[in-house]
Design a protein around this ligand. Structure first.
Ligand code: ZN
Length: 75
């Protein structure tokens, strides 16, 4: 199995595809989804929570970096 669902372990299927740009070239993105719509809802939630957590960590790191720079600038 190449791409199992993180929740139920079923093989994920192709969902929507869209075109996007990567630098100068056009790429086609394919989002894979769980064949079980209810499970996919859970997966979406898990991914959103993970992203929110990640964004928060990035912000905390950035703020710490800025605080350090301010401290250095003041000394
Ligand atoms: Zn699933």
């Amino acid at each position: 199995m190449s791409n199992p669902c993180i929740e139920c372990g079923k093989q994920r299927v192709d969902g929507k595809t869209w075109k996007g740009k990567s630098g100068a070239s056009l790429v086609i993105y394919t989002q894979t989804i769980c064949p079980d719509p209810d499970c996919q809802k859970i997966v979406d939630k898990v991914i959103a929570e993970r992203k929110a957590k990640n964004d928060r960590l990035i912000r905390i790191k950035l703020e710490a970096k800025l605080a350090r720079e301010r401290l250095l600038a003041a000394s």
